[in-house]
Design a protein around this ligand. Sequence first.
Ligand code: UDX
Length: 436
Amino acid sequence: MKLSVIGCGYLGAVHAAAMASIGHDVVGVDVDPAKVAALSAGKAPFFEPGLQELLSEGISSGRLRFSTDMADVAGAKVHFVGVGTPQQKGGYAADLTYVDAAVKALTPYLQSGDIVAGKSTVPVGTAGRLAPSVEAVGATLVWNPEFLREGWAVQDTIDPDRLVVGVPTGEPGERAAATLREVYHTATAKGTPFIVTDFATAELVKVSANAFLATKISFINAMAEIAEVTGADVTQLADAIGHDARIGRRFLGAGIGFGGGCLPKDIRAFAARAEELGKGEAVGFLREVDAINLRRRDRAVELVVSALEGDLFGRRVTVLGAAFKPHSDDIRDSPALDVAVRLHGLGAKVLVSDPEAIENARRAHPQLEYEVDRDEALKGAEVVVVVTEWDEYRKDLDPAQARDLVSKPIVVDGRNCLDPAAWRGAGWTYYGMGRP
Ligand code: UDX
């Protein structure tokens, strides 16, 4: 099928490449000429495992191309909108400028019978507001939220847990749902749940899924706070409650908390939208979720300060990790980088290492020092702070060898990803998050 994808960021670029890989003819459109040039040359403009290969394959097969010209969407039957919905400057609500602009720019090129499928995460009510302008030209708007995780984006796009599509009532909605079923033929053929619903439910599925995940992480981080004053071990607690199938162990990783381009801004936008709807109290707990999350960054900083007996001035601190999570070079609202910046603000000489995110981190925080080589970065450290659980730190870092590189063997494990017994056994003073 002929498809277009408007917006070629983390979501759109992966969506375009993944749709080409399952046999569709895809054009990706973005306003950023540099991004379009990179993508057209088969280069992923950000680090996402598997994307590079998919782009090269798609481009050489002739089924995938990129453009800055919206007119190139002509002929496509389904137009996916995957532009960003960042947090508004000076507020908590979502900034819908890009979604509104994309739909407005796309509309003149729509043919009667085309489908516009919104994928961006939007406040409930957005699809209903945009639908009339799309329907005016005989096209149908649907909302088809995206649940991909960075680092697993290719797999999540091609083989998702579920597909959700919010459609208008009546024949156009039924036809659009059937078309989307065809678009996602590889997933639907293998029985992936395909949920057809109304606009509001589809929009809410997305934000409530993210709210639930954020709440799960903050729940375990709240338990970490209690563990810290009682001598309990939050990782054992998580294992124990996680054995209950109703609870489950995933997303019970206590540490410096969640960040990234989605969870933080999505829970804030959800709370803001609920306020607008006069139901702020229904999701008032999300403010608590946010506050718990941010307190964990303070706690990591406190641990470093106390490990250095209150004096950070001029002390060498090596921070392992800058990305908001492993398998990504994304530093948007990264708790890892926030901890590094705060330590720098307290006078420490902060050296940050990360296998993928240094370029982005340096651009955002040129005041920090960077060293991509992990072992180089460890040399002379008075404290090592692990803040992104890359395998390079979690699995491959031998505490005995690392001890020979640093000047003081003190480690703060901001992700509870190291084995305390192994590190203590190798002579390190180990501090975890919510662990004795
Ligand atoms: C999230 C949702 O998972 C995805 O479905 C949605 O489409 C976009 O937002 P993503 O932002 O890629 O995806 O990251 P995710 O894997 O959810 O992790 C978010 C943050 O939570 C990271 O900073 C991660 O380190 C943190 N986290 C995750 C924890 O602190 N503890 C955990 O147990 C799990």
